[in-house]
Write a new protein. Structure first.
Length: 256
């Protein structure tokens, strides 16, 4: 039943992409193993980037079970769909429960999708290494599953934080899948996360270098990184905005 629900949702996502006229280009999908446990680690820039990352799995005949925040599962419609697709809820107060569920999924030979940045990066570049969660590395070290880095760029122009929504047709979305990372002898979670961060950051930079719709006037483009002259928040400002959002969310939870 989970796979039936998942495949129906995949068809709906593809229909949505056609309606939006998204120009999705995926490179390197062959790096995702067709069988066995895999941890997919992706950058996070949009509310719907899991749809794009999921396409990598379907190209290889795999269904990615994403780890997502509990709030998505608490909503009536999205929660029913997320549970139906076998995704994994993450309650920040009880993260060990999600870790056990992800571990069992990997033991069963599944592909588990993780966003090491945890929350959407408002600078539209990979967050600093110190801000990355270690979950992907811990799971890889415990299960022996390879970590496959997946970088994407452009889908944040459709829907992201700050009420940014665009239904403009023809937006280019590029996805790059890197070679699997396996733990080196004696490597711990910190070391593996450091390598993952370096690879993901370099992949995003590569996508930016070759993005076919770079703005003619970067300074007016909210979606273009500040490091390249764009109007997106810089890394320091983005971190402050993340902290403000976290405090608001915590206050909201305490008020319920």
């Amino acid at each position: 039943m989970p796979d039936l629900t998942y495949r129906v949702v995949i068809r709906l996502c593809r229909a949505l992409f056609r309606v939006l006229g998204l120009r999705i280009d995926i490179d390197g999908a062959h790096h995702l193993p067709r069988t066995g446990p895999v941890v997919v680690a992706a950058n996070h820039s949009s509310f719907i980037d899991f749809m794009v990352v999921g396409l990598v799995g379907t190209r290889r005949g795999r269904l990615i079970r994403f780890m997502a925040k509990q709030a998505v599962f608490d909503a009536p419609v999205s929660g029913q769909l997320m549970r139906g697709m076998g995704h994994i809820p993450v309650d920040r107060a009880h993260g060990e429960t999600a870790a056990r569920t992800a571990y069992r999924a990997l033991q069963a030979g599944e592909v588990v999708g993780i966003y090491p940045e945890a929350t959407i990066g408002r600078a539209f570049e990979v967050k600093d290494w110190a801000d990355l969660r270690r979950g992907a590395a811990y799971l890889a070290l415990r299960t022996g599953a390879p970590v496959v880095p997946v970088a994407h760029w452009g889908v944040h122009r459709v829907l992201t934080v700050g009420g940014r929504v665009s239904l403009r047709r023809g937006t280019a979305v590029r996805v790059l899948v890197g070679e699997p990372l396996t733990p080196l002898p004696g490597e711990d979670a910190e070391g593996l996360t450091n390598r993952l961060h370096a690879v993901l950051a370099a992949m995003v930079e590569q996508l930016l270098d070759t993005y076919p719709q770079a703005p003619a006037e970067p300074g007016t483009a909210w979606w273009w990184p500040a490091s390249r002259g764009g109007a997106a928040p810089g890394t320091h400002e983005a971190r402050l905005l993340d902290e403000e959002a976290r405090l608001r969310a915590d206050a909201g939870r305490r008020g319920r």
